[in-house]
Design a protein around this ligand. Structure first.
Ligand SMILES: Nc1ncnc2c1ncn2[C@@H]1O[C@H](COP(=O)(O)OP(=O)(O)OP(=O)(O)O)[C@@H](O)[C@H]1O
Length: 626
């Protein structure tokens, strides 16, 4: 049986948690070369908030995204007007949903987070759909909307063929004018053009301080005034105050180090670049700074900048206790740097300490679920959820990182789902449809990955190397339990993954990490014994055990139902985010959380293991195989 074993340190140096990471950046590069969807800021219009909600998040506020301001695809409808009234929102958005005190919970009368639950039709007879309270609200599309995205012709990318009235010049007074002479008022809520930033490649360029400006025209004015008012050293100082003390919006030649301190040790690296520590001596604040990988020969400067800034644009738009704060992007000497909040612990390494209690594992799972709930409510899917992409702060609060593979699946005022395409993610965490279908809904794919994360945290090994029938562990999971030799019809119908065979840069190289200390302090004996018996190679007694139960029986009993539903092979039948929150185990679990103002609410029934240091030896050896 070829399955990724979790081996005690006493017997092996390395744990073969076989993760074959499909490097997001590489995939993105290839996908963009073929015109497939990638996180492209220019093409994004993420979710907007309800006008009535004070907890709303509007990406327009950030000035980063908008629907096309003018042109054949713009929507001169009431919906469009509605969009205009939604933004700008005056202040930085609050968290997507409020969460109550964690100690008050374990009743089905309350949400897992301690706030009242809108009961679902299934448990109350009410028709109110259940969801964590005050999530970002996605305005629905109108039925038969003639301007719906799906009904619009694709935008013409050929500049020669764009109608003159849609080509804008500038009047003497600085206002925008179309080339046919029509004077147009400056749009107040047009988006921040990333391309305009690319032009400034020779200087150190920071977006953070301009992210709140909602107009490209304002941005351009900003550039102009910057030129005029910059001191001889080229240094500008903004009076902006922030949780994270950002300073100059556009710095001088060595703005990065001036603003964020000196480079320290490497925290980790991947296909997208490498992340290093930076510590600022003036106030002792530590940052994690990602230096993006160099431009490939086959991509233009513009394409490269677009890919790099897409990750920043998504990250900087998200504000939630379980998502890392993305603070700034700086271009300096031809390199791009993304500045983030620093979290000292790594979930992968923490899991591998073997010290996590069952309650702690549950809390970690739910914290990630919390972050993913927020993300999905914003119309964004992460598409690379894995242990490696979760870091932990000093309070035991988990933060999702790496939005380099994220995609928009829902646009405001649109009811349809924008499917994702391409095999993006890491092999063991991939949902089967990601490997087998050309296009797929990225939401269920994220939910599958979340379930795999839970399995990894509980078992300290991957259930399989990849969700392919050529993988014996996965094949056994897919088999019908009562008919040992026969595969379920829908499983046997799974095609051999053509897409997978074509995957660029794929390799069968193992993803290895250091072995954890032997023993699991928090897990029951039953659980431990089961973990040892997971694979026929270690136990012929269970060699014939087929079906999901083969995996699920190894998990804590109370988690089996929901994890089983999250690992449903058919994406349409898979548990949704709402289903997960309604599960009795989930809704009665204790969860730690951090408010946006930094206040931490710790659950009373567990402690968090704070040992798996980011960039520690286990991590480094794992990363070195990438
Ligand atoms: N904010 C942070 N605080 C602490 N460590 C971090 C932070 N961000 C990233 N890291 C570390 O750096 C590693 C690489 O970061 P990241 O996943 O963003 O890079 P990447 O090149 O996009 O990786 P991938 O190849 O998985 O896409 C992470 O696994 C983590 O260990």
């Amino acid at each position: 049986m070829h399955s990724p074993p979790l081996t005690p340190a006493a017997t092996h140096d390395r744990l073969q948690l076989q993760a074959r990471p499909i490097r997001s950046m590489e995939i993105r590069d290839k996908l963009s070369a073929t015109g497939s969807h990638v996180a492209d800021p220019a093409a994004m219009t993420p979710q907007q908030s309800p006008p009535r909600s004070t907890t709303a998040i509007s990406l327009k506020d950030e000035g980063l995204y908008h629907s096309t301001a003018a042109g054949p695809s713009s929507r001169p409808t009431s919906s469009h007007n509605k969009a205009a009234t939604l933004s700008p929102q005056p202040h930085r958005p609050k968290p997507s949903f409020q969460i109550g005190p964690v100690e008050s919970i374990p009743s089905r009368e309350g949400s897992p987070l301690g706030t009242p639950v809108n009961r679902s039709p299934t448990n109350s007879g009410s028709t109110t759909p259940w969801y964590p309270p005050s999530r970002p609200f996605t305005p629905a599309g109108e039925i038969d909307d003639p301007y719906a995205r799906s009904k619009r012709p694709p935008q013409n990318k050929n500049p020669q063929e764009i109608e003159a009235r849609f080509i804008f010049g500038r009047n003497k007074d600085g206002t925008l004018a179309s080339s046919n002479g029509d004077q147009k008022p400056e749009k107040r809520h047009s988006h921040l053009s990333l391309h305009s930033l690319v032009k400034h490649k020779d200087s150190s360029t920071s977006l953070a301080s301009v992210a709140k400006q909602s107009s490209m025209a304002e941005l351009k004015r900003f550039f102009r005034s910057h030129k005029r008012s910059a001191s001889p050293s080229g240094n500008l100082h903004s009076s902006r105050s922030s949780t994270f003390p950002l300073t100059a919006p556009f710095g001088d030649d060595h703005g990065l180090q001036k603003r964020y301190g000196k480079f320290g040790r490497v925290l980790g690296s991947g296909a997208g670049g490498s992340v290093r520590l930076m510590k600022r001596s003036s106030d002792g604040v530590t940052f994690a700074v990602k230096e993006f990988r160099a431009k490939h020969n086959y991509e233009s400067e513009k394409e490269y900048a677009k890919k790099v800034t897409a990750e920043f644009c998504i990250g900087s738009t998200l504000h939630h206790g379980n998502i890392v704060e993305t603070l700034d992007i700086v271009q300096e000497k031809g390199k791009w740097y993304e500045v983030m909040e620093y979290c000292p612990y790594d979930l992968f390494a923490t899991v591998m300490t073997g010290k996590m209690s069952r309650e702690e594992v549950g809390c970690c799972f739910l914290q990630i679920l919390n972050g993913v709930t927020y993300l999905h409510a914003m119309g964004l899917a992460h598409r690379d959820l894995k242990l490696d992409n979760v870091v932990i702060n000093e309070h035991g609060i988990l933060k999702i990182i790496d939005f380099g593979s994220a995609s928009v699946f829902r646009y405001p005022f649109e009811s349809g789902i924008v499917e994702a395409c391409g095999i993006v993610g890491s092999d063991p965490y991939l949902a089967p449809e990601v490997c087998n279908e050309i296009k797929y809904d990225p939401q269920p794919a994220d939910i599958w990955s979340l379930a795999i994360i839970f399995c990894c945290m509980s078992l300290r090994r991957f259930p399989w190397k990849a969700p392919r029938l050529s993988d014996k562990s996965f094949k056994l999971f897919c088999a019908r339990p009562d008919e040992p030799q026969q595969m379920q019809s829908h499983v046997s119908a799974l095609p051999t993954s053509k897409a997978h065979q074509q995957r660029p840069g794929s390799s069968s190289k193992s993803h290895e990490i250091m072995t954890p200390a032997h023993g699991s302090h928090g897990h029951s004996d039953e659980h431990e014994n089961n973990a040892q018996n997971l694979y026929p190679s270690s136990s012929s007694r269970d060699g014939e055990l087929k079906g999901p139960i083969r995996l699920l029986r190894l998990l804590p009993r109370e988690s089996r139902a929901v994890i089983g539903k999250m690992l449903e092979l058919e994406p349409k039948k898979r548990a949704t985010i709402e289903d997960i929150w309604q599960d009795p185990w989930v809704s009665s679990s204790h969860i730690c959380r951090q408010d946006e103002d930094g206040t931490v609410h710790k659950s009373a029934n567990h402690m968090h293991t704070l040992e798996g240091q980011v960039g520690g030896s286990a991590h480094s050896s794992r990363k070195s195989t990438k």
